[in-house]
Design a protein around this ligand. Structure first.
Ligand SMILES: [Ca+2]
Ligand SMILES: [Ca+2]
Ligand SMILES: [Ca+2]
Ligand SMILES: [Ca+2]
Length: 526
């Protein structure tokens, strides 16, 4: 395939290149055959020019009808529009939510809190191959400890988590088509504020930009009884997105974890979480999922191609029943017709890595993002990978019936000799070596999902500069979109808000950037 620079040719329909191939003595013969050149505009999504462009066909007008018939084409080349998706990535548009706060990284200056914030997950639009949905996180936030204890600064506490619909447009740009704000069952916008403790709240006290605790009545002072800390039981720390064929969305979060069903307008119509007492639930998840490591919840969600089963992945190991942080994490599947649940173990490459996305290739084969929290330009050993996994030969923890050693516990799930599976791996860990624990699980007949192949290492591929690689867009069976959560370009050091940068010289502000990697094998593992 030939590619030319755009300025070399202008677009016309038919150009006469040279006259007279068989004339004699330099004059045009009556039966002369002209060389013709035909240019055809190509839309985005075209096989030869994915970002659009021009196809140039040429050949001899052998039947002298003045047209280049398809049988007369002897050469075809393409003049494609720019496509930077596979090299530098392409930035998504953003708006500035506020820019009045001092930038802790550069005292005396202010910084931009941007919306932005879209890459906590993504999914293709089932009805338009050039469009994708991207999910925001709960809103800008940063670690902070104030008068009411450990918590987070929420500099825009009214922020509503949302789904953006984006489109790859001719010329290789990405545009925002619309936002779908998430709403409760009455159609009121939700917030990203933490839930009450009955629904998994971990006491993450919310503070405003100036360190004042956020209370029910913002105009009155904090009072534990009369003006308590504000929580939102519809609040979502949104992380995983499945855009369904019927136009609805399932979103997983890292509070409950909750898995919430929204209609096309963003109004809640269904819910799944580990809390039996939550009357909003259609189905419940196994109780051990409520023992999530705070801020490491259900980072990825997908639906199988038949639209029947949701598949979620936890970011890191559960604190089950208490702090047990290793390389063991869990995948859960929920049958949407019956509520039947299955659970599988996933072994990470490094302890405390994050699984930030999962996308179904088939009912049993999936792509999984596995990453650490490093920035490549600061930590060259940073890991940002996409694996293909197969759950066919993995043990469904829910299928194990009680025996002498293996017992199902209502609160912590399957136990082995009285220990949770997280404890088995953690208590047998030597330095950072978890092989003994995994060996014990294997001897008990518990096998993790199979990592079939490394689909793409984004550090090797594009020197991926972002820390939070969290979104995957399965475009076709060889092209994969990758998006980052940019934290609304907001960061903090020692509780002081600042701009989020990708490098130690603070020359590059983090922003949602779409990479598209081509020529991958995205066929399901058999
Ligand atoms: Ca996120
Ligand atoms: Ca989050
Ligand atoms: Ca995520
Ligand atoms: Ca998280």
């Amino acid at each position: 395939m030939k590619k030319f620079h755009p300025y070399l040719l202008t677009v016309t329909t038919i150009m006469l290149l040279t006259a007279c191939k068989d004339g004699t003595n330099g004059t045009v013969g009556v039966n002369g055959q002209n060389s013709l050149l035909v240019q055809t505009q190509l839309d985005t999504g075209n096989t030869n020019c994915w970002t659009g462009g021009v196809q140039i066909d040429s050949g001899l007008d052998q039947n002298t009808n003045g047209l280049l018939d398809s049988s007369e084409v002897t050469d075809t080349s393409y003049l494609c529009n720019p496509n930077n998706f596979g090299t530098t990535g392409v930035a998504l548009p953003y708006s500035v939510m506020r820019n009045d706060l001092e930038n802790g990284a550069i005292p005396g200056s202010t910084f931009e809190i941007r919306n932005g914030g879209y890459g906590s997950d993504m999914d293709g639009n089932p009805t338009n191959p050039m469009q994708f949905y991207a999910l925001t996180d709960r809103g800008p936030n940063a670690n902070f400890t104030g008068l009411q204890g450990k918590g987070k600064i929420f500099p825009t506490p009214d922020y509503t988590p949302r789904i953006g619909l984006f489109e790859v447009q001719s010329g290789g740009k990405v545009s925002l088509i619309k936002n779908i704000l998430l709403k409760d069952r009455n159609g009121n916008n939700i917030t990203g504020l933490p839930n009450s403790s009955a629904l998994g709240g971990t006491g993450e006290t919310p503070y405003d930009a100036f360190g004042k605790v956020i209370t029910n009545d913002p105009n009155q002072p904090y009072d534990a009884v009369n003006n308590p800390i504000k929580t939102d039981d519809y609040g979502l720390d949104s992380e995983g997105l499945a855009a369904m064929d019927d136009g609805t969305f399932w979103i997983s979060d890292e509070y409950g974890p909750h898995i919430v069903h929204y209609n096309a307008q963003g109004v809640e119509i269904g819910r799944i979480n580990p809390f039996l007492a939550d009357t909003r639930n259609d189905y419940t998840l196994p109780a051990e999922f409520s023992n999530r490591w705070a801020n490491r919840g259900m980072e990825g969600l997908t639906v199988t191609p038949d639209q029947k089963t949701l598949v979620g992945i936890m970011q890191s190991s559960l604190d089950n029943p208490s702090k047990n942080r290793t390389d063991l994490t869990r995948i859960v599947t929920v049958n949407l017709e019956t509520g039947a649940v299955a659970q599988y173990l996933y072994k990470q490459e490094k302890i405390k890595n994050s699984n930030s996305a999962i996308k179904a290739l088939s009912a049993t084969s999936f792509l999984v993002v596995e990453r650490d929290k490093g920035f490549y330009n600061i930590t060259p050993t940073a890991q940002k990978r996409v694996y293909k996994i197969n759950i066919s030969a993995a043990t469904n923890l829910e299928s194990i019936t009680n025996g002498a050693n293996l017992v199902q516990d209502l609160n912590v799930g399957l136990t082995l000799d009285g220990l949770t599976l997280e404890q088995v791996v953690n208590t047998n860990m030597v330095d950072s070596d978890t092989s003994t624990g995994w060996g014990i699980l294997s001897n008990a007949g518990i096998m993790p999902v199979a990592k079939v192949s490394l689909v793409v290492d984004m550090i090797d591929e594009v020197s991926y500069p972002h820390d939070k690689m969290e979104g995957l867009w399965l475009i076709d069976n060889h092209r994969l979109g990758v998006l980052n959560d940019d934290d609304f370009a907001t960061w903090s050091t020692n509780g002081i808000l600042e701009q989020k940068y990708l490098d130690s010289t603070r020359s590059r502000i983090d922003s949602n950037t779409l990479y598209i990697i081509d020529n991958l094998d995205l066929t399901p593992a058999q």
